[in-house]
Write a protein that binds this ligand. Structure first.
Ligand code: MN3
Length: 201
């Protein structure tokens, strides 16, 4: 079984009150675990059971939907957990802040564009902040697709992502996806995002 669920890098109540403990525990322990279990089942016995996940995503068009959905689900959730930390409303700083200003018109514009991408994604999916040819961009993808997939229409190196599946917010925010997106800015670990940005350049 090559793929495993890593523990959250903080306590499940560490992001209260913005991301509630019950949602975090179900989201990580049940939803993310299911992607891992189903990805391993989909690859079991085949030639790609040991292939690195990012390699699979880069040629995902050659795999059945179970690999696309669960491989995307596993990668996306790892990416999501790692970038979260209670930040007391802090804004990005340094080179990342300068790039947000230059490429997107500032942090308020980033929040506006990101919210638009997250709330207009019909059904389930993700919104992303990514780097393409040295510039920041905002986009979204359906289901568990992501910008690393060869089939993606928002191909880039993602540095920040939000899960807008109802399972990510329904217990606390019910149908209010826009409120969940607003709350998200209180739990972004900007050091992680800045490091991803530097690595993407
Ligand atoms: Mn999810």
């Amino acid at each position: 079984m090559p793929f495993t669920l890593s523990p959250l890098p903080y306590a499940s109540n560490a992001l209260e009150p913005f991301f509630d403990q019950a949602t975090m525990e179900i989201h990580h322990g049940k939803h993310h675990q299911a992607y891992v279990t189903n990805l391993n089942a989909a690859l079991a016995g085949g030639p790609d059971a040991e292939t690195p996940l990012e390699t699979l995503l880069g040629k995902i068009s050659s795999f059945p939907p179970a690999v696309r959905n669960n491989g995307g689900g596993h990668w996306n959730h790892n990416f999501f957990w790692q970038q979260l930390q209670l930040n007391n409303g802090a804004a990005p700083t340094g080179a990342l802040a300068a790039a947000i200003e230059a490429d997107l018109g500032g942090y308020d514009k980033l929040k506006e564009e990101f919210k638009k991408a997250a709330t207009t994604r019909f059904g389930s999916g993700w919104a992303w902040l990514g780097v393409k040819e040295g510039k920041l961009l905002v986009c979204s993808s359906p289901n568990q697709d992501n910008p690393l997939m060869d089939i993606s229409d928002c191909k880039c190196t993602p540095i920040l992502g939000i899960d807008v599946w109802e399972h990510a917010y329904y217990l606390k925010y019910q149908n209010r996806r826009p409120d969940f997106v607003d709350a998200f800015w209180n739990v972004v670990n900007w050091d992680v995002v800045a490091n991803r940005y530097a690595a993407a350049l």
